[in-house]
Design a protein around this ligand. Structure first.
Ligand code: 6PG
Length: 248
């Protein structure tokens, strides 16, 4: 499968969100036609929220067979599911509570548990879902990127960046003085389609470094995301691309 990353630049975040929603729908339709189910790992943070709202909207909701969709999470904050910082809560409020997805198809990370336990339980759930696969093969992984170049909860200079065996880890993030639950790099990179969503001028310098700067993954973890056998797309708005400028 084509591995070289592609970058798409949109005039504004709304256009980017529409393009991302269409990628979700197209991936879902293709996976369900092929294998009867669609597995997607969703991103947290603010940028993807508009994508989820669109997918739940009248113009998009009916274009996905929600009974065959399985929602997983790329990372989670170590808080209860009703906490304002919970990625699960954000996705539930912007998408899950508005679409006919079976509760059993929503695979949330248990941020309320002891972090090591939460990571172990989620890995067990993933291994059960992907049966005996050596690595999870998500049909789609949505990712954001922080101004520091982190993605999921793979933060600069943290232990999770070097994880080669586990699918999910509890990552101590010194910068936040907190643990985060996160899929590991290999667990993300074995996906069929990986899509980054990046908006805003505040991320322009880091995005330029990640896409065209020297390779320095300890400082720029987003550089670690290279599909093993899949596609990688960067959906960015003009403001975030202001230092990169060209679609590829
Ligand atoms: C999280 C995310 C994280 C996010 C980036 C960008 O839990 O926070 O998974 O990786 O994608 O921090 O966040 P924004 O979209 O809010 O800028």
């Amino acid at each position: 499968m084509e591995n070289s990353p592609k970058t798409f630049i949109y005039d504004n975040p709304e256009q980017l969100a529409e393009a991302a929603a269409l990628r979700f729908i197209n991936s879902a339709q293709a996976a369900i036609a092929l294998q009867g189910r669609f597995s997607v790992a969703v991103a947290g943070g603010n940028t993807p929220k508009r994508v989820y709202e669109l997918l739940a909207s009248d113009s998009y909701r009916g274009r996905t067979e929600w009974s065959s969709v399985h929602i997983f999470f790329g990372d989670e904050r170590c808080v209860p599911p009703d906490h304002q910082d919970s990625n699960y809560r954000m996705v539930k409020e912007s998408l899950l509570s508005h679409v006919p997805i079976p509760t059993v198809n929503v695979h949330r990370m248990r941020g309320e548990d002891d972090p090591a336990l939460g990571a172990r339980l989620y890995e067990e759930e993933l291994r059960a879902f992907f049966e005996a696969a050596p690595w999870p093969r998500f049909d789609l992984v949505l990712l954001g990127m922080g101004e520091d170049g982190h993605t999921a909860s793979l933060f600069p200079a943290t232990a999770a960046l070097r994880e080669k065996k586990a699918w999910v880890v509890a990552n101590w993030v010194e910068q936040l003085k907190k643990f985060r639950l996160t899929l590991t790099v290999p667990a993300i990179c074995h996906a069929a389609h990986i899509v980054f969503l990046v908006t805003g001028e505040a991320k322009a310098r880091r995005l330029h470094e990640v896409l065209s700067g020297p390779r320095d993954p300890e400082r720029l973890p987003a550089q670690l995301i290279q599909p093993v056998d899949g596609s990688l797309e960067w959906l960015v708005d003009k403001a975030a691309a202001s230092m990169s400028l060209s679609s590829s």
